[in-house]
Write a protein that binds this ligand. Structure first.
Ligand SMILES: [Zn+2]
Length: 139
């Protein structure tokens, strides 16, 4: 018997490519990493081959996992089986302490209690046997 159409599914697993594979591998190990330019020191995500600021070579460095809510919205309708059981949930832009801005979900917080400027911390949620995704919760 096939699973019910109403049965919740996990969040969609990432589909790594050559540029994002190191990032998703680290996330799967419970580490958040960002790219840092070896020339000018600029930090960036999502991953690119070169520094967005000066085209210098980039390296991967560990992020602290801390960040600040730059902006957010509360999702109150989503028909996807991966998300509708989570409603209402918070989609947020989080400024990592290293600089890059990340789109993510905030968890472990009442959506009505989320505020711009709120300090948050990364946590990892396993979505399949070989993949996890980074989410954020109040620090
Ligand atoms: Zn640079």
């Amino acid at each position: 018997m096939s699973p019910s159409k109403s049965e919740p599914k996990p969040r969609p697993a990432p589909i790594p490519d050559a540029e994002t594979e190191p990032y998703w591998q680290a996330v799967n190990e419970g580490r958040l990493i960002v790219q840092r330019c070896t020339v000018c020191g600029n930090s960036q995500l999502y991953p690119r081959w070169r520094c967005l600021r000066c085209r210098g070579e980039v390296e991967w460095v560990d992020a602290s996992g801390g960040g600040t809510v730059y902006s957010f919205t509360v999702i109150r309708q989503n028909f996807s089986r991966s998300f509708r059981h989570l409603i209402p949930y918070v989609v947020a832009l989080v400024d990592l302490d290293e600089g890059p801005r990340l789109m993510t979900n905030l968890v472990g917080v009442d959506p009505d209690a989320v505020e711009i400027g709120m300090r948050v911390r990364v946590k990892f949620e396993r979505v399949s046997e070989e993949a996890s995704v980074p989410l954020f919760e109040p620090a």
